[in-house]
Design a protein around this ligand. Sequence first.
Ligand code: HEM
Length: 459
Amino acid sequence: MSEQTITTPDHLKQPPLATGLPVLGNVLDLAQDTRGFLTKKYLEMGPIFRVRALNQEFVVLAGTEANLFMTRKGTKYFRSHEFWQGMDDELGAARSMISMDGPEHVRFRKVQQKGYGRTVIWQHLPEIIAITQNEMRQWPLNEPLPGLYSLQRIITEQLGILAAGYSPREYLDDMIKFVRIMLLTRVTKQRPDLLRYTPSYRRARSRALDLAKNVRAVHPIETVHEREPDLIDHLLQLAHEYPDFLPESDLMPAILGPFIAGLDTVASTCAFLLYVLLTKPDILALVRQEADDALFQKGTPIAQDLREMDVTHRVIQETLRMYPIAPALQRTATQDFEFAGYQVKAGTAVIIATTAPHYLPELYPDPERFDIDRYTDERKEHKQPGTFAPFGLGAHTCLGAGWAEVQIMVTMLTIVHAVDLVMVPSDYELKIDPAPTPSPNNDFQIKLMGWRQHGTLPG
Ligand code: HEM
């Protein structure tokens, strides 16, 4: 199939169509490596083109110009509703923060902002550390452990305790399954809907709803004034005071929100980061130094400010650049608009390739190289406008970005401070499982070699 442009009746051209397979179109490329495919097509075709995935067609906006357009004009030209609506349906709700648009989204986001802030998680530093340590104590010596799953266990427990004041321990595997299959079938649509009808998924979904009920039960509205309100309290108060705005039926996605938004994203980023540390001993040594000197002293957390962990912060930024777990955003055009000389019609399904610039050599020289000096004051490559967007862009930019950075940093520092790990096999080469969010595949395994002498001891 050749690339083509079609002239629309109003004389503005339709974006060119990317070459693809008969029937399948570009579905395989998009599914296997969304970011890589979109960067490649941007370099070949420019900042706007069309792609096909089976019977669906999307207009892709890519490059720094697309990211700036999303930041400046996204609210005017795009809505989020259609892309995220499947999640709401699955939870019996009509809408949720991420599927809302316009003023009601702004209002909802403002209320939720209080609970998702960086300072909130910072106050919970000792709990993040304790949960990580407790989980590591379960790791057997010298036996292979699944890399991603070991981190998912830690992150899910942290999210439950920190965001919802409730341990999801008993629900862990069901939550992981529910979030994964719900996203794959209802949101990204990378797997057939049939998966939702398997008994194991039905059970996982019903357990997720149970967890939400339990979370709710430990947040009685009558006693909210007697405690420091958390994210769930803010939400329940909003529902209580403004039931027209937040009816009972819309509470479910909001209560499960921290798990849905945080579980795969944070755990997968931590897994990529662990892979980086275990394959780059020089970087591991620098990060460990910060863990030993800045986060802990004699096993006790002492950090006052994350800026004290400058190297670790740069390692996280480079991990987010190279292994973005949300490679692109999907939206619907709310009205006709022009972009780079082409027309996009109202109602068009649009992909904004937010992380395509992460691998452009003119922005990030030698982009395949893991290089934490990109983020130094001298280079600041990520500060060039439109170049760095691991947390999305525009009205729905990740509300938990600051939270996620602290959670990733403290979890990983706690791990490298306490234990010596190796990969199994030691020469494992990274292979990425692309769905629903990219992560190191199941072959990524780790082995606990021992507790470090000056680290926290198992007990
Ligand atoms: C590495 C970790 C994370 C990454 C890369 C990430 C990425 C993203 C992205 C790309 C979006 C925008 C989606 C869209 O526009 O369609 C988003 C939205 C959101 N994220 Fe995150 N996220 C992370 C962790 C978290 C965590 C830990 C939380 C909360 C505990 C969180 C809460 C949210 C919320 C509430 C939204 C919706 C904001 C809105 O609709 O206004 N995220 N995230």
